[in-house]
Design a binder for this molecule. Structure first.
Ligand code: TRP
Length: 469
């Protein structure tokens, strides 16, 4: 049964602090950690990217995470209403709610392409499942196929808009099922069951890779810091990845924070969330790269790293079928706890805005996201000449699919986070802010300094550096 988070508003909310922590970690840990982080690290110079990424998480991500959750907890309503409430109580313009409005839009855009990738994960779960039954436990994955044939599955899938659309819609539907059941009845249930299972699988596969794979080479690859590789573009990529991974800048954590009870210390829980998320990204690197490097394959290749290179690598390992299946199930769990969070952002916004029921609102959001997903799936091939943002140099040559990813990560998230910092650091009444953040003493002063000065300055500098190439 739903437990009202506070004030007896009767609003649905997390049933416990643990439920909130697991749900927030579930939101943060997802395809971003498992697919995007290793791919970004590989294409941005390995160690330079990784270390700057950790720096971004601690000094920019964590303070913004606390700022977002406290806006939500204070507001106890949808993201825009929560910002508006804090603004009005601080005698500032209610139009500050626009910052959350941008976030709601961005979350919707991410949801659309996120579910396409979620669909690919479903497809690979099916592939490895069939393989296991056809070839038995000990055989290499996808028996009977050559390495080239296995690697060719992914481009073939990307060329097949119809199949991708089908799996996209399936993934949207699974997400919808849980969002429609509400916060305590659906969203937290997914997190409570799937996150522990996710951690167990990640640990097992990493240990497996550490014994069979190139573990030491990976350590050198991920943690050798080469300062000359740290360009403006790499820095922008790292901040973008930090925000994407922590679900920041798109009103996600404002929304989840709004379901938190008054008894929860937000600073402590934010630190737990950021720590867990970063650990999973690093462990994902330690899980994926040894397997790939040991098979003598390239770590480059973006999304192909997970969907072409890894299946190939599994094929050459003992117990490849089981490991491959377990791996993609693990990825699916992480993706679902994030897609549920992504769908909740526009759903909670629209429910409040239009006073519609949760089920109806969620179905509408899911339908629209499914349509945009289908468009981006087809844009990968059939409409590959269609570049909606081609006139902006930063987004040159991107189709609908990659444009959704780039625009949200390089524009919406840094801008959204910058606005959150300005709002919480300069506009909102410090008394209200301090009654929420759970910090005191030197740590409190440090956090305020970060939110007021360092984060906005760093965000501006990095955006200028990244945008000007
Ligand atoms: N953090 C998620 C991941 O790493 C993706 C994500 C980005 C997200 N923004 C979000 C999830 C907002 C929920 C809400 O995969």
């Amino acid at each position: 049964m739903a437990v009202a988070p506070s004030g007896g508003t009767g609003r649905d909310g997390w049933s416990s602090r643990t439920a909130f922590i697991l749900a927030a970690i579930g939101s943060a840990v997802g395809l971003g950690n498992l697919v995007r982080f290793p791919a970004e690290a590989a294409s941005n110079g390995g160690g330079a990217f990784v270390l700057f990424y950790i720096f971004c998480i601690v000094l920019i991500g964590l303070p913004v995470l606390l700022s977002e959750t406290l806006i939500g907890r204070h507001g106890q309503s949808s993201a825009t209403q929560s910002v508006r409430r804090l603004a009005v109580e601080s005698r500032a313009s209610p139009y500050w709610e626009g910052l959350a409005g941008l976030g709601v839009l961005a979350a919707f855009m991410i949801l659309a392409f996120y579910c396409v990738i979620g669909g690919w994960v479903l497809y690979y779960i099916g592939l490895f499942f069939l393989d296991l039954f056809q070839s038995g436990v000990t055989g290499g994955a996808l028996q009977g196929l050559s390495a080239e044939q296995i690697e060719a599955i992914f481009p073939a899938l990307q060329a097949d808009g119809f199949t991708m659309s089908g799996f996209d819609i399936a993934f949207v539907a699974i997400t919808l099922y849980f969002v429609a059941r509400g916060v305590s009845g659906g969203i937290e249930v997914v997190a409570i069951w799937l996150m522990p299972a996710f951690f167990a699988l990640l640990l097992l596969i990493t240990i497996y890779g550490a014994f069979g794979g190139a573990f030491t080479d990976t350590l050198g690859y991920l943690f050798t810091f080469d300062f000359s590789k740290l360009t403006g573009e790499v820095m922008l990529a790292a901040v973008g990845q930090a925000f994407f991974s922590l679900s920041l800048g798109v009103a996600g954590m404002i929304t989840y924070g709004s379901y938190v009870g008054r008894d929860v210390n937000l600073a402590g829980t934010s630190a737990i969330i950021a720590f867990a998320d970063t650990s999973v990204a690093l462990v994902a690197g330690l899980c994926i790269f040894p397997i790939v490097i040991a098979a003598g394959l390239s770590t480059e290749g973006g999304l192909g790293l997970m969907f072409a290179t890894l299946p190939h690598a599994f094929q050459s390992m003992p117990f490849g079928s089981v490991i491959g299946l377990a791996f993609f199930i693990m990825v699916g769990f992480a993706a679902l706890t994030s897609s549920v969070a992504l769908m909740e952002v526009p759903t909670s916004w629209a429910m409040e805005k239009f006073k519609t029921s949760r089920a109806l609102t969620a179905i509408t959001v899911a339908t629209l996201a499914g349509l945009l997903g289908v468009a981006s799936a087809y844009s990968l091939n059939t409409m590959s000449g269609f570049h909606p943002l081609g006139f902006i140099p930063l987004f040159e040559g991107e189709g609908v699919f990659s444009a959704l990813d780039s625009v949200t990560a390089k524009l919406f998230m840094p801008v959204g986070a910058l606005l959150v910092c300005i709002f919480v650091g300069w506009i909102a009444d410090p008394k209200l802010v301090d009654s929420e953040n759970g910090l005191d003493g030197a740590l409190h002063k440090f956090w305020r300094f970060l939110v007021r000065y360092l984060c906005p300055a760093a965000l501006l500098a990095i955006m200028v550096a990244g945008l000007s190439g």
